[in-house]
Design a protein around this ligand. Structure first.
Ligand SMILES: NC(=O)c1ccc[n+]([C@@H]2O[C@H](COP(=O)([O-])OP(=O)(O)OC[C@H]3O[C@@H](n4cnc5c(N)ncnc54)[C@H](O)[C@@H]3O)[C@@H](O)[C@H]2O)c1
Length: 338
């Protein structure tokens, strides 16, 4: 049966893929986004777009009024780790207060299910690997702390108001729509794979490798990469699961790839060497971050199909080659033809 969902942040990297995935399932989708980091052209044309800011309670009220949502997905936080360490109060104020307004709107309008995009940053430099849901919470940044504050808010929204939620702690989201229409277009880009691809394609200076003397097999950090299409599947399963109660899931592949390994794979697949320079370690970068996703696999049968490193890089490369300016051209064309 078709459902109607609100996707907050549906113009962003992960949100736009989620919107397309829901529509492909036959669901009706409303996107709420202020386009501060998202792109109008990334929103599937069959979704209803509501331009608004989570800071504005009237805009939120307007999107809920006259519609009954079966659930809400929240993917619209400030999410730059480095920026959060320069302006911690901004992150610690904005992310929880925006989430608070969204939760409040859900409660006022009778929404009973909310899926929240949380982060592995909650676990800081965890002692265990792979990291399960019950590992100690010790955020590595103000960004991680702000996401944990939202998770706590959701806990109380369930205890007091019976709002069911899923907090999905993603490790590294990567890759692009295998159909080539949607991709990752962050400005500034901070993620390793699009940066390595751009360096290989000669669109940016050599890639800085932060730390080459970690206690890992090749001295560089290990990260767990999940293809955005598999992440979308996890969101859909989580929304179904919370019909019966709240959950916290870690989302990763249970295996790590080193920075060096990613660089070598991009060079091989692109057919062009990624130029690199060695740089100092960044404070707060854990040497190894690998998820245990056993809980969502066993409880929900999550079955990631796209998350090999080669599939991730191949899909990201197709997007970067076909959209050298991200969504810029498409957006410009839309304005010109409007
Ligand atoms: N990309 C990753 O690797 C990763 C990893 C862990 C967690 N996450 C989380 O997943 C979520 C989505 O990440 P992404 O990479 O797609 O980010 P993104 O920046 O591409 O998308 C965020 C979207 O939210 C919108 N937005 C932001 N603030 C808003 C506001 N106040 N009101 C309305 N809309 C607003 C932006 O315009 C954008 O379209 C974030 O919450 C992020 O913390 C991402």
């Amino acid at each position: 049966m078709a459902n109607r969902y609100l996707v907050v942040g549906g113009a962003g990297f992960i949100g736009s893929h989620l919107v397309a995935g829901l529509i492909a399932r036959g669901d009706e989708v409303v996107v709420f986004d202020n386009l501060q980091t998202g792109h109008r052209a990334a929103i599937d044309a069959r979704a209803h777009f509501h331009h608004g800011d989570l800071a504005d309670p009237m805009a939120l009220h307007a999107v809920f009024t006259g519609r009954r949502f079966d659930g809400v997905f929240h993917l619209a936080d400030l999410s730059l780790v480095g920026e959060s360490m320069q302006s911690p109060m901004r992150y610690l104020t904005i992310n929880p207060s925006n989430a608070g307004r969204l939760i409040d709107a859900c409660l006022r309008h009778g929404v009973q299910r909310l899926v929240y995009s949380s982060t592995a940053n909650l676990f800081g430099t965890a002692d265990t690997s792979p990291i399960g849901e019950d590992a100690p919470i010790a955020p590595a940044s103000a960004y991680g702390e702000s996401k944990f504050a939202v998770e706590r808010m959701l806990l109380w929204a369930e205890r007091v108001h019976q709002l069911h939620s899923a907090c999905l702690r993603f490790f590294n989201a990567a890759g692009c729509d295998p159909g080539g229409r949607l991709g990752e277009a962050h400005f500034p880009e901070t993620h390793l794979i699009p940066l390595a691809i751009d360096a290989a394609l000669g669109r940016r200076p050599p890639l800085a490798v932060f730390g080459t003397d970690y206690s890992t097999p090749d001295g560089t950090c290990l990260r767990d990469y999940v293809h955005v299409t598999d992440l979308v599947a996890a969101h859909v399963l989580a929304m179904q699961r919370i019909a019966i109660g709240s959950v916290r899931y870690n989302i990763g592949m249970g295996r790590g790839h080193s920075v060096r390994e990613v660089i070598d794979a991009v060079s091989r697949i692109a057919g062009r060497r990624v130029p690199v320079i060695a740089a100092d370690r960044r404070p707060g970068d854990p040497p190894i971050l690998i998820a245990s996703a056993d809980r969502i696999i066993h409880e929900m049968g999550w079955n990631p199909a796209y998350s090999t490193l080669d599939d991730i890089i191949e899909t990201a490369l197709i997007w970067r080659r076909n959209h050298p300016d991200g969504y810029a051209n498409t957006a410009m064309q839309q304005r010109q033809t409007a």
